[in-house]
Design a protein around this ligand. Structure first.
Ligand code: NAP
Ligand code: GDD
Length: 351
């Protein structure tokens, strides 16, 4: 393992950060692609990143973008990875209705750019590269649950259509060029590192802040949607296992249980002794032009062929997220109080 090199596209995201921890633990020489932003966007990986000038730096970062094929090629030539994990995406389903062209460019054409870069790298004498393509249960869309690898796709958003294109690009490169490209069809997976605008994190963050008096209301959209929610830390193991298999394939990764947004609200607010119905209001702007009503995965193939199983239950997941957000909210209260301490009486009243 000592000489194995991996490259993560999307290393700054929720999954990228957990996968980075896993691969470092396994002894990989790890490289990650970071998008240029006007502020630091490495908050999720700061704890594992060391200044490259320091001895023992295990994660090397490269500026790059799935919209920039030339840059991807340069990074691949330089890093010469044995494994590439393509986790990069505009990953918000609702936003994909507002930015469909951008979403398709990054998610669908971006995956194609990557596959072309890998194909040329290997054709030019580079060592064999295995690629993980981050597919999504969104691709099933309105297909009836439970959904498995055999379920026909029916995507319901520009994001889902783009993920489906990437999924089929991967299969085509497998069939046409014999490349090792595996598609993970992952159902929703969450964690304290989940982006704050996805529904689970929006709920746990708001519940904690309401509990501590920092907020009063939470505005949501469709509470009836059902999702198969797992823990991101469990799911990145499945990604790694897919690239250690004898042959490339497609795998559903899910818990096999599904709950509604309303159920999640009940568990999260309930764990703080709050009645969510007193705080939640519906704002139609969070509805989607076409919704995915019910995702419920059947991951028996991943279990049988990869030996993968989820370890964290739904209730444990909610607890992990609520506890984290409660700690964050307590910190915000402490910062606010410390600031108030430093002010005069009249200023305090204005706060
Ligand atoms: P995430 O937190 O939104 O992370 C996405 C990552 O992609 C971030 O590092 C982001 O960079 C990067 N990125 C965005 N645009 C890019 C571009 N143009 N070029 C290169 N990188 C770009 O998503 P996640 O939850 O970790 O999910 C990881 C992958 O799995 C995504 O492809 C997502 O669509 C897919 N997926 C997620 C789930 C889920 O439930 N989490 C389920 C199925 C599939 P910044 O940090 O700079 O934004
Ligand atoms: N984001 C959000 N915000 N969703 C809401 C809200 C709200 O205020 N209110 C209700 N929902 C509903 C959505 O309509 C959807 O049915 C459900 O909550 C889950 O929404 P998200 O958490 O945004 O996740 P998603 O299922 O649309 O997409 C996530 O999972 C996919 C896998 O199935 C993302 O991580 C995708 O990148 C991923 O592919």
């Amino acid at each position: 393992m000592a000489n194995k090199r991996a490259l993560i596209i999307g290393v700054t995201g929720q999954d990228g950060s957990y996968l980075a921890e896993l691969l470092i633990e396994k002894g990989y020489e790890l490289h990650g692609i970071v998008r240029r932003a006007s502020t630091f966007n490495t908050g999720r990986i700061d704890h594992i990143y060391r200044d490259p000038h320091e001895a023992g730096a295990t994660l090397k970062l490269h500026y790059g973008d799935l919209a920039d094929g030339t840059g991807l090629r340069r990074i691949i030539e330089k890093v010469r990875p044995h494994e590439i994990y393509n986790l990069g995406a505009q990953s918000h389903v609702r936003v994909s209705f507002d930015e469909p062209e951008y979403t398709a460019d990054v998610v669908a054409t971006g995956a194609l750019r990557l596959l072309e870069a890998v194909r040329d790298h290997m054709a030019g004498g580079g060592e064999a590269v295995r690629v993980y393509q981050a597919g999504s249960s969104e691709m099933f869309g309105s297909a009836a649950p439970p959904q498995s690898e055999a379920t026909p796709f029916h995507p319901r958003s520009p994001y889902a259509v783009s993920k489906l294109a990437a999924h089929y690009f991967a299969i085509n490169y497998r069939e046409a060029y014999g490349m090792f490209v595996s598609n993970g069809i992952l159902f929703n997976h969450e964690s304290p590192r989940r982006g704050e605008t996805f529904v689970t994190r929006k709920i746990t963050r708001a519940a904690a802040r309401i509990k501590l008096g920092l907020e009063r209301k939470l505005y949501l959209g469709n509470l009836d949607a059902k999702r198969d929610w797992g823990y991101a830390k469990d799911y990145v193991e499945a990604m790694w296992l897919m690239l250690q298999a004898d042959a490339p394939d497609d795998f559903v990764v899910a818990t096999g249980e599904s709950y509604s947004v309303r159920d999640f609200l009940g568990r999260a607010f309930g764990s703080l002794d709050l009645d969510w119905q007193q705080y939640v209001e519906i704002d139609p702007r969070y509805f989607r032009p076409s919704e995915v009503d019910h995702l419920h995965g059947d991951a028996s193939k991943a279990h049988a062929k990869l030996g993968w199983k989820p370890r964290t239950t739904f209730d444990e997941l909610v607890k992990i997220m609520v506890n984290y957000d409660l700690d964050r909210a307590r910190r915000d209260v402490a910062i606010r109080d410390a600031r108030l301490e430093g002010r005069s009486g009249s200023e305090r009243d204005e706060w």
